[in-house]
Design a protein around this ligand. Structure first.
Ligand SMILES: [Zn+2]
Length: 129
């Protein structure tokens, strides 16, 4: 199976090792693996790669995981387009479909390291820039 992150690589050679517990070596690798985790409904991965100081971090992990799961269940992940990246950021457009409607999610995501591991911290919507 091709990886949902649109790398054109097989899932086992792309994001699967990170989903299985290997550390993503860069912000870009983490971003791709989070997109494919959403696509594959791996909500636990989304929770454990979110920075504890992220505005999206929720104390009620059960409720949080449920909402991530619901998002995955009600969204089709059509494709991921990466526009640019640096050490701690990635800008991208995610092409999604919800309730039969195409949705574009344009974002510049910000990542931070904690104990030498990359975490998703926050995002700027590029639609508002
Ligand atoms: Zn991938």
């Amino acid at each position: 199976m091709l990886c949902p992150c649109c790398s054109k690589k097989n899932y086992i050679d792309c994001c699967k090792p990170y989903h299985d517990g290997q550390e993503a070596p860069s912000a870009l690798a983490l971003m791709r693996s989070r997109y494919s985790a959403y696509a594959l409904d791996l909500s636990a991965y989304i929770l454990r790669t979110t920075h504890p100081k992220s505005p999206y971090f929720e104390k009620d992990r059960k409720k949080w995981q449920e909402s991530v799961h619901l998002f995955s269940q009600t969204t089709r992940f059509l494709s991921l387009e990466i526009h640019g990246w640096g050490d701690d950021w990635v800008s991208f457009t995610a092409h999604l479909e919800q309730q039969g409607k195409k949705v574009l999610l344009k974002e510049k995501s910000h990542f931070e390291k904690l104990h030498d591991k990359w975490f998703y911290h926050s995002a700027l919507s590029l639609d508002t820039l």
